[in-house]
Design a protein around this ligand. Structure first.
Ligand code: SAH
Length: 235
């Protein structure tokens, strides 16, 4: 009995030790990824770099892929979808010129990772996901991680989220064949939309709404999953 009493606390201490060491390694990998793949490749916005250093991408990928979480590449998250490449998340977030008081809409919640990065930088984040299990998992994950400023909706991103419009920034992380009209309408004058457009070949666009209309700028060629039309009724 005495042996058991000594043994149990020892196990607990050892267990915590391993967990802490693992967390340290993941933290180092995350810092290294941001230094080498993101900052060195030209992302300058300090708020973006801080958010990317803070958000634990390994908590947004399936358990068996945690070791790859800090490789700079997309990873499968189930249901045929992927979490975006970290460099692209940083690039799109920088292009969106997020300010601390901004209200941001994201289309394509997926794992919730991009939403968390936005949640670190903006006042309010609204994110829409068309696949119910992904929407529900991400809602729970973001809640567990304490993001009280992010709201997740299961629905069709083509409709936007009119209830909270207009938005300072709209980030679209699935590619429609052309610019969705409803989303353009929900952009504030002075607001920015970062969106991949196209089918097989896609370009990332920065759209800026001005008093006179919409300014369009092509930023770089990209490859996103398609933005699909719903086969389920929206709710
Ligand atoms: N931003 C995500 C990655 C997005 S992958 C992340 O950080 O993990 C693109 C996501 O867009 C997929 O989950 C896909 O189901 C979703 N999607 C596709 N078409 C959509 C639509 N019409 N409305 C909302 N979400 C859509």
């Amino acid at each position: 009995m005495k042996q058991l009493i000594i043994f149990i606390p020892l196990l607990i201490v050892m267990g915590q030790g391993c967990g802490a060491a693992e967390a340290n390694t993941l933290m180092q990998k995350r810092q290294q990824m941001v230094n080498e793949e993101i900052e060195r490749r030209g992302i300058k916005d300090q708020h973006v770099l801080d958010a990317m250093r803070k958000v634990k991408r390994h908590l947004f990928v399936p358990d068996d892929l945690q070791d790859s979480a800090y490789d700079d590449r997309p990873l499968p998250i189930g249901y045929g979808q992927t979490i975006s490449q970290p460099y692209i998340v940083a690039f799109m977030t920088e292009a969106g010129k997020i300010e601390p008081d901004d209200r941001v809409l994201e289309i394509g919640t997926g794992s919730g990772y991009q939403a968390a990065v936005l949640g670190e930088m903006a006042k309010e984040v609204y994110t829409i996901e068309i696949l119910k299990p992904l929407a529900e998992n991400s809602r729970q994950r973001l809640d567990r991680l304490g993001y009280r400023n992010i709201k997740v909706k299961h629905g069709d991103g083509y409709k936007g989220w009119p209830q909270y419009a207009p938005y300072d920034c709209i980030i679209v992380t699935a590619a429609p064949p052309e610019l969705p009209k409803e989303l353009l309408k929900q952009l504030k004058v002075g607001g920015r939309m970062v969106i991949p457009v196209g089918s097989f070949f896609q370009d990332l666009y920065l759209i800026t709404r001005t008093d006179a209309g919409y300014q369009k700028k092509v930023l770089l060629p990209v490859r996103f999953v398609p933005m699909v039309h719903p086969s389920i009724p929206d709710k």
